[in-house]
Write a protein that binds this ligand. Structure first.
Ligand code: ADP
Ligand code: MG
Length: 734
């Protein structure tokens, strides 16, 4: 267990079972609250003020409500147990509230609080009794005319409560459960709060000051003993800041540690293969490609390893940037490896690179250029002889560039001098895998990770916070553009026919088409869609199209349940032009380059996310032909799904779309359960808190370099905390 240096962090990490007892702690555990720190950082979902009055007319049976109301009368009835019945009024209507108990003193206590004419806030679920709405066993507090709380239904923690009661003029409603109603949570918090507040801040004063946030004890008071919304908000902001800061401090620490790692500097050498390559480029590099290129060259020349993420839409020209980096390393006497997530993509990269290099990639052959190197492909499916030859070439240093799949990681590939690893499509590779490859080199190789799924900066800073980020935002000139059309299959059923006709026209002109559907088989799903009821299935659609609207065309089928060899051969057939149409699930999403494909029809487009659709759409319009993307859907015009699809019609900028996505999704699941760093983010929202995340990052960067941080016990505890969270997540991913 962690060795806490400071009392405040020790207290915050104390298990609830040691303070509230096992049964209550068990209930809290179900809300994801395990420690004292979790509990005091559990913030109200909303605050209500006791000065207004609720309108009973809006109450719905089955709803959880909080009403501000006046007591009309209260009676205690004896029976099997005592029943306290109160009639509440909002001035016009009436609402019955009922409490049961076997304890006479409790019944008396409640009756004493619920005197006619007094006002209170009642929280509970609206039920029905003799077809009248009623609250059974609501939680309540009584309030005076100025909205100040004067008493609570439960007074188990009376001493602590009184302090809170004196201050609060509003009521915070906590995310609660049936067993743990909001005021039991409030009671537990007010029980623990004084002890925590006494221990002072979790951060050094100078950090709090620089961050411009409330001191921790003050923030807790504003959040849990609210006097007004404005103060409560700044309290919550401090707690959010803590979350962002802890994470960014951990990331900044990791980056600082990495500066201690050694890499061989790879200085750019004039007159070598890179210059020869640049001289032959048939086009001008975009400003972005230039700029990122320079940034990369600077980092390659340093004696510490580069760890950089390169983001850019499909077709933004990342491959050139990566290739120039690899050539720079070759010029400096090293080797470079490019890792792709699948064999098909590895083959494609190899073909592209070989083509782009021309005689610069044919070292050892008669027609090689003077500066030439040799490019090799290494995949799992290679014949043993060819494989051996490649391995020998890599080991002898003859091969300068190796393109491959995971095989590069799992097999004992010995490089002479691996200087750079480029990883294409980060999402398929974990951090551990990058580490595995790095371990093969005596010194750390430089790393460049490329991803075509643009992530908003705020998310990148959290999920990939240990990487520096570059973006390619502009599109190289001369690429066909893609028009996206939303086809409402309910209001325009005939347009579906028109879609198939468009595919026939394109095929007649020698071009190819994708048809994408969400499901593999009826009632089963590919990927992470949760419901497939009625979703179009590839295995049903393909034969239908072959027999009907696309008869006579060569229609292939691709989905995740095919074996990897079959998948590869279908894909290869499509790339080769032996198929006109590919009916597929989202398995075509990643990196496939078929410049001849000009149309994409997406079935049930409402079932896909924005970035997924954008990725899919990136498969067309890659050559000189303009592309057409038809999104077929029966979604309601005002639904979130319709908003998502409209976003695609309106924009072709992956970064802009990623931001829109973040907004529409309401942020809760932005980081997705599978993304590392996600589960520790409770209050933080990547979109609304993006400024905060940025500030936290900048501050963390300064803090790790500040001499005052060197042996600050609070910061040391914060790091330990971040490590525990990371370990936790690691275990969860298991
Ligand atoms: P990405 O890897 O980001 O999807 P690529 O590097 O594969 O993009 O580039 C897409 C296409 O655009 C390729 O055919 C490439 O040759 C071409 N290209 C790249 N950079 C430029 C440029 N600056 N000007 C014109 N065409 C470019
Ligand atoms: Mg590419």
């Amino acid at each position: 267990m962690a060795n806490w240096l400071t009392p405040v962090h020790r207290e915050l990490n104390r298990k609830l079972r040691d303070t509230l007892g096992a049964p209550t702690a068990g209930q809290f555990a179900k809300l994801g609250i395990d420690t004292v720190g979790d509990l005091v950082r559990h913030t109200p979902r909303r605050y209500i003020s006791g000065t207004g009055m609720s309108d009973f007319a809006s109450l719905r049976v089955g709803e959880e409500v909080a009403v501000v109301a006046r007591v009309a009368n209260t009676q205690v009835r004896a029976g099997g147990q005592l029943r306290v019945e109160t009639t509440l009024t909002d001035g016009t209507g009436f609402l019955r509230a009922t409490f049961f108990t076997t304890k006479k003193y409790l019944a008396d206590h409640w009756q004493g609080l619920l005197t006619p004419g007094s006002r209170g806030i009642f929280v509970g679920k609206v039920g029905e009794f003799r077809s009248q709405p009623q609250l059974a066993h609501p939680d309540f507090v009584m309030i005076d005319t100025s909205g100040r709380i004067t008493a609570r239904k439960l007074d188990t923690a009376r001493r602590h409560m009184e302090r809170a009661v004196q201050r609060s003029t509003m009521v915070g409603l906590y995310p609660a459960s049936a067993k743990l109603p909001t005021w039991t949570i409030a009671e537990s918090i007010s029980l623990l709060l004084p002890g925590v507040m006494e221990l002072g801040d979790t951060l050094p004063d100078w950090v709090v000051e620089e961050a411009g946030v409330l001191p921790f004890p003050d923030a807790l008071r504003e959040v849990h003993e609210p006097v007004d919304r404005e103060h409560a908000r700044s309290g919550i902001e401090r707690l959010r800041f803590d979350e962002a800061f802890a994470l960014q401090l951990a990331m900044a620490t990791r980056r600082a540690q990495r500066e201690q790692e050694l890499a061989t500097p790879r200085e750019r050498r004039p007159g070598g293969i890179l210059d020869a390559f640049d001289a032959r480029l048939p086009f001008e590099l975009t400003a972005g490609q230039q700029q990122v290129g320079e940034q990369v060259f600077r980092e390659l020349a340093r004696p510490t390893p580069m760890h950089r993420l390169l983001q850019g839409d499909v077709g933004s020209g990342k491959t050139i940037v990566a290739l120039r980096a690899m050539l720079c390393v070759v010029d400096a006497g090293g080797q470079a490896a490019l890792l792709a997530p699948t064999e098909v993509l590895a083959q494609q990269h190899h073909a592209t690179i070989t083509r782009m290099l021309g005689d610069l990639g044919r070292a050892g052959q008669l027609d090689a250029a003077e500066e030439a190197t040799s490019v090799a492909l290494l995949t799992g499916g290679m014949p043993a002889g060819a494989r051996r030859a490649v391995l020998d070439g890599v080991a002898s240093g003859e091969v300068g560039l190796v393109v491959g799949t995971h095989a590069l990681l799992s097999d004992p590939v010995a490089f002479t001098d691996l200087g750079l690893v480029v990883v294409d499509e980060q999402h398929r590779f974990g951090v551990e895998q990058r580490a595995a490859l790095a371990a093969k080199a005596e010194r750390q190789p430089h790393t460049l990770v490329m991803t075509a799924t643009p992530i908003p900066r705020s998310v990148a800073m959290t999920v990939f916070g240990d990487l520096a980020v570059s973006e390619l935002r502009e599109r190289p000139a001369g690429r066909g553009s893609v028009t996206t059309v939303l086809v409402d299959t309910v209001t325009h059923p005939t347009w579906v026919e028109r879609a198939w006709q468009r595919i026939r026209e394109e095929a007649a002109a020698g071009r190819q088409a994708f048809v994408v559907a969400p499901a593999i088989q009826g009632r089963q799903v590919d990927g992470d869609l949760t419901s497939s009821d009625g979703a179009t299935a590839v295995t049903e659609l393909a034969p239908e199209l072959r027999a009907g609207p696309l008869s006579g065309l060569r229609v292939g089928m691709l989905h995740g349940r095919l074996g990897s060899q079959e998948r590869d051969s279908v894909m290869a057939a499509f790339v080769d032009g032996q198929l006109d149409v590919l009916v597929a699930t989202t398995v075509i999403e990643v990196g496939v380059d078929v410049p001849n494909a000009s149309v994409m029809v997406v079935m049930d487009a409402d079932r896909f996310g924005i970035s997924q659709l954008h990725q899919l759409r990136g498969r067309i319009g890659r050559g000189e032909h303009p592309g057409l993307c038809l999104l077929l859907s029966a979604a309601e015009p005002d639904s979130d799904a319709a908003l998502r699809m409209q976003a695609l019609v309106d924009s072709d900028d992956g970064f802009e779309l990623a931001e829109t996505d973040l907004q529409i999704r309401g942020e809760g699941d932005v980081l997705g359960a599978g993304q590392s760093g996600a589960s520790s983010l409770k209050l933080l929202r990547a979109f609304t808190d993006r400024e905060l995340i940025r500030t936290a990052k900048e501050l963390a960067e300064r803090v790790v370099r500040d001499p005052r941080a060197a042996d600050d016990p609070l910061l040391a505890d914060l790091r330990t905390q971040a490590e525990l969270v990371a370990a936790d997540e690691w275990l969860e991913k298991g």
